[in-house]
Design a protein around this ligand. Structure first.
Ligand code: PFF
Length: 463
C-alpha cells in the first residue's frame, strides 16, 4: 500500500519551501484565520443574533466542525505537498481512487480568487480609515457626520478603487517574496502585533466603555433568542473565520515540516482565532453600549459606530487609528492566504516564477475587484439574484462554495484516504485520531451539508 510513510509521502518536499518551524506555521494559519471575519463580522453577527447564545453555538461549531475540517485540510496538504488541485489529484490517484478530486481543489482556488476580489476592497476600506482616523476626521463627529464620511468614501469609485489597489499591491508584494521571506516574515511581525494592539484596545474599552454591559451581552446566553437561522449563522461564521473549505489551509499545510503535530497546531489556531474574535467583541460592545448604539447595527458596526464612539472619547484619535491599523493587518495576513493557492497553482502548472505568478493573479483579482468597488457607487442600483455584484460574490463564496468545499474535503480525508494514510499523518490511531475520524466522516459533513442546503433554500424551515 502506498500509504506507508516510507514509501513516498515522507520524502515529498514542497517546491515552494517550508515553514521554518511549527510556530511559523501556527502564526501563518492564525494570520489567515484572524481577519475581517473576526473583527468586522463576528461582533455584528453576534449582535444581530442575540449575543450570548450565539457565541456558545459558534464555539461549539468551531470545536465540532471547524477542527476536523481544518485538520483534514492540513493533513491533505502535508501529504500531497502541492497546491490544492495537484494535491487532491495526486492523493486520489495514490489511494487508487479518482484524480477527479482535483476539481474540489480547483473550486477552492477559484473561491480564493473570488473572495479576495471583494476582501481586498474591504481591506482597502480599512486602510483608508487608518488615515481618516489619524488625521482626526472623526474627532468629535456625530452620527450624521460619521455616516456622511463613510458614504462619501464608498460613494467615490476612485477613492475606494485606489485603496483597493494599494491593498492588492501589498498582498502581491508579500506573496511574491515566497513562503519564508514573504509569508513567514509578515506573520511573525503582524500576528503578535495584532494581539498586542487588541490588548491595548481592550484596556481602553475597559476604562472608557460599559464593560459590564458588554460582558453580559456576550456571555449571558438567552436561548429564547436562538433560532435555527442563528445556529446556521454561527456555523457559517465558524467556517469563514477559520479560513476552511477552500484550500487555503491545505496550501499552508503543504509547507508544514514532517514531524509537526497537526492536531496540536489546529488546536492552537482555533484557540487563537476564537480568542481574537471574543476580544474583538469585548472591545466593541462596551464602546457600543457606552455610546447608546445598537449592537445589531450590521456591517456598519465597525465603520460607523466605532469611529463615532472613538470620536467622542479622550484619546479617541489615537485609539481609533490603532484599531484600523489592527484591522488592516488582520485583513492583510488573511488576503495573503487567499492568494497562495492560486499562486502555487500557477507556479506548479504554468511554470511561472513566484513573482510572475503573484503579479498575474494580482492583476486578475484586482480587475475582478472593480466589480465590488462599483457595487458601492456607480452600480449600486444594478441588482440581480442576491443584490449587487458584491452581494452575489459574498453569497456565492461563503454560502455555497465554502460549505461545499468543506464537505468534499472532509469526505475526501475521511472516506477516500485509507485509515493508514490519515493515521500516519495524525500521529497514530489513538483516541484523538478516532475522534477526528468520527467527526470527519459523519458529524462535519452532515453538519455542513445542513448549512449548505439551508443556504441554497433546499431545506424547509424547522423553527
Ligand atoms: N478567515 C478570514 C477572516 O476571518 O477574515 C477570511 C478568510 C481567509 C476566509 C482565508 C477564507 C480563507 F481562505
Amino acid at each position: 500500500m502506498l500509504s506507508n510513510k516510507a514509501a513516498g509521502p515522507a520524502k515529498r518536499t514542497s517546491l515552494h519551501g517550508h515553514w521554518s518551524s511549527r510556530m511559523a506555521f501556527i502564526l501563518a494559519v492564525t494570520g489567515s484565520a484572524v481577519g475581517l471575519g473576526n473583527i468586522w463580522k463576528f461582533p455584528y453577527v453576534a449582535g444581530q443574533n442575540g449575543g450570548g447564545a450565539f457565541v456558545l453555538v459558534y464555539l461549539a461549531c468551531v470545536a465540532i466542525i471547524g477542527m476536523p475540517v481544518m485538520m483534514s485540510e492540513i493533513l491533505l496538504g502535508r501529504r500531497g505537498r502541492r497546491n490544492p488541485v495537484a494535491t487532491m489529484a495526486l492523493l486520489g490517484e495514490e489511494e487508487g481512487k479518482s484524480r477527479n478530486w482535483q476539481w474540489v481543489g480547483g473550486m477552492g482556488v477559484l473561491a480564493g480568487i473570488l473572495i479576495l476580489s471583494y476582501y481586498s476592497v474591504i481591506g482597502g476600506w480599512t486602510l483608508a480609515y487608518v488615515f481618516k482616523s489619524g488625521m482626526g476626521e472623526f474627532f468629535g463627529a456625530d452620527a450624521t457626520r460619521v455616516t456622511t464620511i463613510r458614504d462619501g468614501f464608498i460613494g467615490s469609485w476612485a477613492l475606494l478603487g485606489s485603496f483597493h489597489t494599494v491593498f492588492m499591491g501589498l498582498t502581491v508584494y508579500v506573496v511574491a517574496r515566497g513562503v519564508e521571506r514573504g509569508l513567514e516574515q509578515a506573520v511573525r511581525f503582524m500576528v503578535p502585533a495584532l494581539l498586542l494592539l487588541m490588548l491595548a484596545l481592550l484596556g481602553y474599552s475597559i476604562n472608557s466603555g460599559h464593560f459590564g454591559a458588554g460582558l453580559e451581552f456576550m456571555f449571558s446566553p438567552d436561548f429564547s433568542k436562538l433560532t435555527w437561522d442563528s445556529v446556521l449563522a454561527a456555523m457559517g461564521q465558524a467556517f469563514f473565520t477559520l479560513s476552511i473549505g477552500m484550500g487555503a489551509v491545505m496550501a499552508y499545510g503543504a509547507y508544514l515540516p514532517e514531524e509537526t503535530s497537526i492536531t496540536g497546531s489546529a488546536t492552537a489556531v482555533a484557540i487563537a482565532d476564537t480568542t481574537i474574535a471574543i476580544l474583538a467583541g469585548l472591545v466593541i460592545f462596551p464602546l457600543v453600549f457606552a455610546n447608546g448604539l445598537d449592537p445589531a447595527d450590521g456591517p456598519g458596526l465597525v465603520f460607523v459606530t466605532l469611529p463615532l464612539a472613538f470620536g467622542q472619547m479622550p484619546g479617541g484619535v489615537f485609539f481609533s487609528t490603532l484599531f484600523f491599523i489592527l484591522l488592516s493587518f488582520a485583513a492583510w495576513t488573511s488576503a495573503i492566504s487567499l492568494m497562495e493557492p492560486a499562486v502555487a497553482w500557477l507556479v506548479e502548472h504554468r511554470n511561472r516564477t513566484r513573482a510572475q505568478a503573484a503579479v498575474i493573479m494580482g492583476l486578475l483579482i484586482w480587475t475582478m475587484g472593480v466589480g465590488t468597488v462599483l457595487s458601492f457607487n456607480v452600480l449600486s442600483e444594478f441588482k440581480f439574484l442576491k443584490g449587487t455584484i458584491f452581494d452575489n460574490l459574498d453569497h456565492l463564496t461563503i454560502n455555497i462554495m465554502l460549505p461545499l468545499g468543506g464537505v468534499l474535503i472532509t469526505v475526501f480525508a475521511g472516506w477516500v484516504l485509507c485509515r493508514n494514510s490519515t493515521a500516519d499523518e495524525l500521529g497514530g490511531a489513538g483516541t484523538i485520531y478516532k475522534l477526528w475520524r468520527v467527526l470527519a466522516r459523519y458529524v462535519a459533513p452532515i453538519g455542513i451539508l445542513f448549512v449548505f442546503l439551508k443556504a441554497v433554500g433546499l431545506l424547509p424551515d424547522l423553527a
